[in-house]
Ligand binder design. Structure first.
Ligand code: PLP
Length: 366
């Protein structure tokens, strides 16, 4: 006999929900091309399965973080090409040029390096010019553009296909973002004197939800594909949740009043308490910052407060009010009763970090 027991904790991913959320973006932005952002393993949902599901006509690129993710897209043999969102490291560039992955340039040094690599391979290499309209992470400053644009245009093996920027505060600072759209529009105008810009893009999910950006014709939705709108918008209530995080009860015990639970004994029972031990911990991405923060799980349809600190592989919850709870029971940590937004709030972080923190030990079921 060959016994393979089921995992203690796992993630169920709804690929149809992700495709649905992309459709919602497409309907809301009918004249805008889309670059679904699938960096960080598609925000914890699994890079290749998500890419395969979304690899349809009408998608401009897949947004990825680095050469390693771009390589995985290439190996998956998809129609859609990867676009490396952040700056490239010098020793990544030979592979990037050879593979023809699209990326951005922020300095003349990068432009010249790509030019020489492309010339060496006798290729034309496609880039987007990044401009820094406020993020402080990459891009030429808007004031530099007039000077560098002719220099870039003179590099014979570079093809400038687009211009990109990235909002730093679309969901936090509306006046700044509106000014920024004006700056970006000027940048597009300056560059248009030298290049035929097929793609002009600045908005991620929040920018796309909240603003009119007439000069842009490509959007880079990430979070909203995964069912969460970063700001109140027309998308409220139409996005579908894409992921469930579950675990199982390994043990149930009765503890007397005055008994500590977990490291540091930060929680001490104030009455006889039925305590469930559950097979998930911070090594799986159930953040240790959820310790003592009012986090809860759901067992047999009942909310159960988590007790004490999160440990590496296990957590404890109060099941005194769930008398039929038993070892082996499924535990919902993120799902229909417990939205990921609640988990992020209790952990004092953002949904992006909860999604991308879901660890490799968790099998993904599709
Ligand atoms: C991650 C990222 C996105 C997607 O952001 P969301 O807020 O998740 O939609 C878009 N553009 C760039 C440059 C990014 O780094």
């Amino acid at each position: 006999m060959n016994h393979e027991s089921s995992p203690r904790a796992w993630v169920d991913v709804d690929l149809e929900a992700i495709a649905h959320n992309l459709d919602i973006a497409r309907q809301a932005l009918p004249d805008t091309a889309l670059m679904p952002v699938i960096k960080a393993g598609a925000y914890g949902h699994g890079l290749e399965p998500v890419a395969r599901r979304l690899d349809a006509d009408g998608i401009a690129y897949f947004g990825v973080a680095n050469a390693g993710e771009a390589r995985r897209i290439t190996l998956a043999n998809l129609r859609t090409k990867p676009f490396i969102l952040g700056p490239t490291i010098p020793d990544e560039r030979a592979e990037i040029v050879e593979q023809g992955w699209c990326c951005t340039i922020s300095t003349m040094e990068e432009a010249r390096h790509f030019q020489s690599l492309a010339a060496l391979g006798n290729r034309t290499f496609t880039v987007h010019i990044a401009v820094d309209t406020g993020m402080g992470r990459e891009g030429f400053l808007p004031t530099e553009l007039g000077g560098v644009a002719p220099q870039i245009a003179a590099l014979p093996n570079l093809f400038v296909e687009g211009v990109m920027s990235h909002f730093p505060a679309a969901d936090e600072d509306v006046p700044f973002t509106q000014d920024e759209i004006g700056v970006f529009t000027d940048c597009v105008q300056t560059l248009s004197q030298h290049f035929d810009l097929r793609y002009r893009h600045i908005a991620a999910s929040a920018g796309e939800l909240g603003y009119e950006i007439p000069c842009a014709n490509l959007a880079r939705p990430g979070l909203l594909l995964y069912g969460v709108a970063p700001m109140a918008s027309i998308y409220d209530g139409v996005l579908r949740p894409t992921l469930r995080l579950s675990s199982r009860v390994s043990l149930i015990r009765e503890l007397p009043a005055g008994h500590g639970v977990a490291y540091g004994r930060t929680y001490v029972t104030d009455r006889p308490t039925r305590v469930a031990t559950i097979g998930i911990g911070y090594a799986d991405g159930w953040s240790r910052r959820l310790s003592g923060a009012g986090a809860r799980v759901c067992i047999r349809g009942q909310f159960c407060p988590m007790l004490g600190r999160v440990t590496m592989d296990q957590i404890m919850a109060d099941v005194t009010h769930v008398p039929d709870a038993a070892p082996g029971d499924e535990v919902e940590l993120i799902g229909p009763h417990i939205p990921v937004t609640e988990v992020a709030e209790r952990a004092g972080t953002i949904v992006w970090e909860i999604f991308t923190g879901l660890g490799p030990r968790l099998p993904r079921n599709y």
